[in-house]
Design a protein around this ligand. Structure first.
Ligand SMILES: Nc1nc2c(ncn2[C@@H]2O[C@H](COP(=O)(O)OP(=O)(O)OP(=O)(O)O)[C@@H](O)[C@H]2O)c(=O)[nH]1
Length: 359
């Protein structure tokens, strides 16, 4: 069995998707950190504090680490750069808190680290809990800091506190919202993958079972007719063997497109299996379904596929049934299948009507 080298089988929370999402969050975090550092620098400058020099030094030290984390594809380099960055950030906050006291609110920025810990992939859950507890302890320790003689005015301290508080709030909101959007987007992609055939774009067997159950209920409630067509490409194995699987796939696509063009809006077209298609026709009786099946058959047989300048003809055999009152999906499909194979035995390239269900 092939496995993805990037995914770890023993940890369901560690997926390629989570890792990509985490890296993207880290990139966002770096952009935000750069902006905060610049804001701190300009605040120190505007209030005439000599701490602007420390702030500028931090920017110079952190810049190469940003590049290391942003550009590297190798995990050890990425995680090493990130660890150094987090260490530098932790030291930065501790120094600021020691210098200005908790009143300046630098420790609030530690809150903003929690989404990064929570959304990371390779760290196990209990390691994340330990990291969050460590963050909390550091925050509580910094919260106790007092600075009787900060090198800055009370007004500047208040500005710093508001800036740090607003930053922590914004970063958490941004990370959580961004992660929600990524997860929601991924979820709808997965739902689509679970319901559609990637080659033809038709709904798959799994989704068709749900659609058919709804159609059965609806036709039962409204006492309306409901029919189905099971179509199978003739001698498809021969086509694959003679012209190759790629051409076989092209043939499947061609037939599926013909079916979808001819079917009406309310009809449901499904790739039922390898070279089999199931079409559900609400409010359609047996004769209506037979006519539609005949149109599909004629259209497919008329339009040959071109391969290296040669025309390769395709034909379909189709089994058609109208569902009988209280008949289940399995029974109707079994009747359509019988009709289809009767058509195969009768020479193929034809539409066969199913026998009525045994009462
Ligand atoms: N290219 C391609 N071939 C497929 C796909 N799915 C199934 N097949 C092939 O379809 C062929 C079906 O062959 P059979 O079931 O023997 O039927 P047939 O050759 O069409 O014969 P009749 O149905 O009796 O006319 C097999 O060779 C499968 O490998 C697919 O997605 N792409």
């Amino acid at each position: 069995m092939q496995s993805n080298p990037e995914s770890r089988q023993d940890d369901p929370y560690d997926t390629v998707f989570i890792r990509r999402s985490f890296r993207s969050l880290v990139r966002w975090g770096i952009v935000i950190l750069s902006v905060i550092n610049l804001l701190h620098l300009s605040l120190f400058l505007s209030y005439g504090s000599r701490w602007w020099a420390f702030s500028a030094l931090l920017i110079l030290v952190q810049a190469p680490l940003y590049l290391l984390v942003i550009n590297r594809r190798s995990f050890p380099v990425f995680i090493g750069g990130l660890a150094l960055l987090i260490l530098a950030f932790g030291i930065q906050l501790s120094v600021y808190c020691t210098q200005f006291g908790a009143r300046a609110g630098f420790h609030y920025l530690l809150f903003a680290m929690t989404p990064l810990v929570a959304f990371s992939g390779r760290i196990r859950i209990w390691h994340k809990v330990v990291l969050c507890v460590l963050l909390m302890l550091q925050m509580l320790a910094l919260e106790q800091r007092t600075a009787p003689d900060p090198d800055i005015s009370a007004q500047a301290l208040e500005c710093l506190r508001l800036l740090n508080l607003a930053t922590a709030f914004s970063v958490i909101s941004l990370f959580v919202m961004r992660h929600f959007m990524v997860v929601a987007g991924m979820n709808s992609k997965l739902e689509h993958m679970a319901a559609y055939d990637p080659l033809t774009g038709m709904i798959n067997r799994r989704r068709m079972a749900e659609v058919a159950a709804d159609e059965l209920d609806h036709s039962f409630e409204k006492h309306s007719a409901l029919s189905m067509i099971l179509a199978d490409i003739d001698h498809f194995k021969l086509i694959n063997d003679r012209y190759g699987h790629q051409f076989g796939d092209q043939a499947l696509l061609h037939v599926s497109q013909t079916i979808m063009q001819i079917a009406r809006d309310g009809d449901s077209c499904c790739r039922w299996g390898g070279e089999e298609f199931l079409i559900m026709l609400p409010v359609t009786d047996l004769q209506g379904a037979r006519q539609l099946a005949e149109r599909i058959r004629v259209e497919v047989s008329r339009n040959a596929l071109c391969l290296n300048g040669h025309d390769v003809g395709l034909t379909l055999t189709l089994g058609v049934v109208e569902l009988q009152p209280h008949e289940g999906l399995d029974s109707a499909i079994a009747r359509a299948d019988e009709a289809l194979y009767a058509g195969k035995n009768n020479g193929r390239n034809q539409v066969m009507l199913g026998q009525p269900a045994a009462q």
